[in-house]
Structures are given as structure tokens and as C-alpha cells.
Design a protein around this ligand. Structure first.
Ligand SMILES: *Cc1c(COP(=O)(O)O)cnc(C)c1O
Length: 391
């Protein structure tokens, strides 16, 4: 009888353990810091170049470390293939350019990551590809935005910073009925809490600099998905030169080993912090899918049985004083997903390009702070947050 599939925690911990020749081998994968590979004869070179054998030959086409990371991430997202890239944006660009050509149309959530928004709103139109932005939680609006030439629906599984939760299974049906592919940026969730491909997504992208690596010390991106779509993205990425470095691939593999453990801690801690903040008089609003007043609470509980990762936002009375009171303990840093808790300020960073009225319309106020909750002891964390709120 075939063994039951391994748990994500096990798959992640074993990431990077490849079948190697017999004899003693390094338990930890070495870094392959070579830009080119030497071949014994023309036949061996031909087999590598034709793709008949998977053999590295030139760095821009992919290093052994990138290959190991790709196999690990495809296994974690449950997709046929994966392609790593120099950044999250390189991965998203390659994924979209793999599908789209001049004259095509995209429907995207208006809440997508700011640079993804700029890619769709300012870069792709230069190539004759146009996007209609909608609220992806409003299925009627999504449906109405489709045109005969719509090829991609692009959304995020959990959005920044208000943690809305689009209905990925319904969006997948909507896209497929109209001959389009569903692309989901899964950066905020990670495959430990949500696997979009299991719900019909064709392309799943990440900034691996966030939860997948998890320690703010590796930089890169990934596209996971159907083999044909990943192959098309690989051709674009290789020609545009967005190769991930061997060192970043290797660092990401180190971080990935603890993904299952980290995400359990991030999710539990974030839920506890959300519950406490929601009941504090100095906190005007808390945005976390595990709170019963969240607009997609029921859908979120159905789609995310193991928690929501570490992200939440809170609108806090006198936010500048709160940030000052946390100085030296919880840093203000405009990224996310580190093992330590960090704060960020959407009004002045991720959303500063939007006109003030538009920021307020979206619910992004000057007092809104985004918390990326880490894996610290929850008693210590709640003590520090409560002390800063009293201060
Ligand atoms: C950080 C981020 C990106 C961009 O990734 P980079 O690695 O910075 O290029 C894309 N989407 C989301 C949701 C992100 O948080």
C-alpha cells in the first residue's frame, strides 16, 4: 500500500535533501558557486542543452541550489512545477508575461501589493496589456470586469494591510468558465496555512523573502503552478535575466526547513494578539480574519483551518506614541514575516503613493499599524504590547 502523503512540516524540514550518489555525502546541501559547468564530451553537452537530462550548464539558466528549492516549493504548494526568481516582483512579472501578450486583458484585485499594482497599471500597458481593478471580494464586480480578451485574474490570498480574504475557489471557477487563468499571490499566507492550487489556482506566486525564508536575510521569489505555465514563465525570466542567486536559494532552503513550526507559532501568536487588541480601549479597529467581526470571517474559517499566519493590522489612538513606547523591543521595519515581531506603517510606506482620500476610502488611516507577529513567547509579547498601550 502506498504510504500516505507526508505532512507539510516533514516536507519542509527535508527540503534540500536530494537523492545523492552512494558513499558519504554532505548532509547539508553545499552552495554551488560556479557560473558554468564543464562537460566530458559533446554528447553530454547535447543532452543538457536539449533538456533530455536535467544538468546545470550556465548560472542564468538555473543553479543546482535553485533547482533544489524549486522542487521543494512545488511539493509544498502541491503544484506540478516551480520557478524561483531574483525577487517576488521578478516572479510575478515572469508569471504574468508567460501568459499575456499585447491585446490581452487582466482583472486584478485593487488591493494587490503596491508594486504589483504599478506593474499592472503602468508597465504592462506599455506592452498593450490592460488591467481592470476591482474588489476581489465582490464576485459580481469581478464577473462584470471580464472581457472576451481577459486572460488572467490576479489576486492575493490575504491582502495587505486589512487582511481581506477573497473566495479563491469561486474566483477559480469564474476565471476557468471564461478561459482565463487564476493567479494568486500567496505571500502573506504561505503554503503552511493555505495552498491556492488545491482550490483551483493555476499560478501561485510568493516573495520568498517573507515567510518561506522567514529571517529577513534571503531575497527572491517563486512561481508555482501548472508545468506549461511555469515553463512559459521560465522562458521569459531567463531572457529577462531575473535569475535567483545560488546563495539566496541556499539561504531560503535553510529557512524553509522550519516553515511548519514557524507558521504554527506565527498563527497562534497573531490570533492571541488580535483577541487582546480587539478588547483594548485605545484600539479603534483590528483587522484579522480570525475575529468574528471580520467581513469574511466565515469563509476564512472554512478556507484556513490551521490559522492565518502572523499578519494583522490595528488602528491605534496616538500611534506615534505607541511606536515610540515599543522602541528597542518591537522594531518599525517596512517588511514582514521575520521570526521577530515587527511593525509597519501603511499610510507612510506601502500606500503613500495613493491620494489621501483614496487611502481613507480603503480604510488606511494615519493611525493604522500593521503588525507582523513573530514566534516569541506569547506572554512576553502580550506584556510588551499591553505596556506600550498603557504608556
Ligand atoms: C514583498 C511582496 C511582494 C514583492 O516581493 P519582492 O521580493 O519585494 O519583490 C509581492 N507581493 C507581496 C504580497 C509582498 O508582500
Amino acid at each position: 500500500m502506498p504510504r500516505s502523503p507526508l505532512d507539510l512540516t516533514t516536507l519542509a524540514a527535508r527540503a534540500g535533501e536530494e537523492a545523492r550518489p552512494s558513499g558519504s555525502v554532505p548532509l547539508a546541501e553545499p552552495i554551488y558557486q560556479s557560473t558554468v559547468y564543464a562537460f566530458p564530451d559533446l554528447e553530454a553537452l547535447e543532452r543538457a542543452m536539449s533538456g533530455e537530462e536535467i544538468n546545470p550548464f550556465y548560472y542564468r539558466n538555473g543553479t543546482p541550489n535553485a533547482g533544489t528549492l524549486e522542487r521543494a516549493l512545488a511539493a509544498l504548494e502541491g503544484t506540478e512545477a516551480a520557478l524561483v526568481a531574483a525577487s517576488g516582483m521578478a516572479a510575478i512579472s515572469a508569471a504574468l508575461l508567460g501568459v499575456l501578450q499585447s491585446g490581452d486583458h487582466v482583472v486584478a484585485d485593487a488591493r494587490v501589493y503596491g508594486v504589483s499594482y504599478a506593474l499592472l497599471a503602468e508597465e504592462l500597458p506599455r506592452l498593450g496589456i490592460h488591467t481592470t481593478f476591482v474588489d476581489a471580494c465582490d464576485l459580481e464586480a469581478v464577473e462584470a470586469a471580464f472581457r472576451p480578451e481577459t486572460r488572467v485574474l490576479h489576486v492575493e490570498s490575504l491582502t495587505n494591510p486589512l487582511m481581506t480574504v477573497p473566495d479563491v475557489p469561486r474566483l477559480a471557477d469564474l476565471a476557468h468558465e471564461r478561459g482565463a487563468v487564476l493567479s494568486v499571490d500567496n505571500t502573506f499566507a504561505s503554503p503552511a496555512v493555505f495552498r491556492p492550487a488545491e482550490h483551483g489556482a493555476d499560478l501561485v506566486t510568493h516573495s520568498v523573502s517573507k515567510y518561506l525564508s522567514g529571517h529577513s536575510n534571503a531575497f527572491g521569489g517563486v512561481v508555482c503552478g501548472r508545468a506549461d505555465l511555469v515553463a512559459a514563465a521560465r522562458t521569459r525570466l531567463t531572457r529577462l535575466g531575473g535569475t535567483m542567486s545560488a546563495f539566496d536559494a541556499w539561504m531560503t532552503l535553510q529557512g524553509l526547513k522550519t516553515l511548519g513550526l514557524r507558521m504554527r507559532a506565527h498563527s497562534g501568536n497573531a490570533q492571541a494578539v488580535a483577541d487582546v487588541l480587539a478588547n483594548h480601549p485605545r484600539v479603534r479597529a483590528v483587522y484579522h480574519p480570525g475575529l468574528s467581526d471580520h467581513p469574511q470571517f466565515h469563509r476564512a474559517m472554512e478556507l484556513y483551518p490551521n490559522g492565518f499566519g502572523g499578519m494583522l493590522s490595528a488602528d491605534i489612538d496616538d500611534a506615534p506614541a505607541f511606536v515610540r513606547a515599543l522602541a528597542g523591543r518591537i522594531p518599525l521595519a517596512p517588511s514582514l514575516a521575520d521570526v521577530v515581531t515587527t511593525l509597519s506603517w501603511p499610510w507612510g510606506t506601502s500606500h503613500r503613493a495613493l491620494p489621501e482620500a483614496e487611502r481613507r476610502r480603503l480604510g488606511i488611516t494615519p493611525g493604522l499599524l500593521r503588525l507582523s507577529i513573530g514566534i516569541e513567547d506569547i506572554g512576553d509579547l502580550l506584556g510588551e504590547l499591553e505596556e506600550a498601550l498603557e504608556g
